[in-house]
Design a binder for this molecule. Sequence first.
Ligand SMILES: [Fe+2]
Length: 133
Amino acid sequence: MEFVTWCGLFKIGHPVIDQQHRELFRIVNEFHDQLTRGQPSRVAIDTLNGLIKFAQEHFADEEVISKEFGYPEEQQDRHRHIHEKLIYDIFDLHKEISGSESIDLKSISNFLNQWIILHILIEDNQYKAFLDH
Ligand SMILES: [Fe+2]
């Protein structure tokens, strides 16, 4: 079973952003699936590296696109800070699992769930209204 499932609720209404969000879901699912096998394997760490890289690219694209659509400067700054925090947080997860023999799957699952879902549903939904104009 998929760990996080994409649905219409996550749609922002911009083809590039929606496609990138779906790809984030795909990588998170792949990573989660690899972790369910027990210890943090080389393969899982590689997937996590890919997730971090893709998230950085996505956040940069999102900042450019939301700016183009007139997302106000102040909210833009706030959004950028949130993106920075999301990257710090996922680097922390990387540090935590890359040096350890075993993992706490439940706490990592909670983290990933919040990391991806809160970002899209709460933060990205705020610039959604600007894409309509
Ligand atoms: Fe996003």
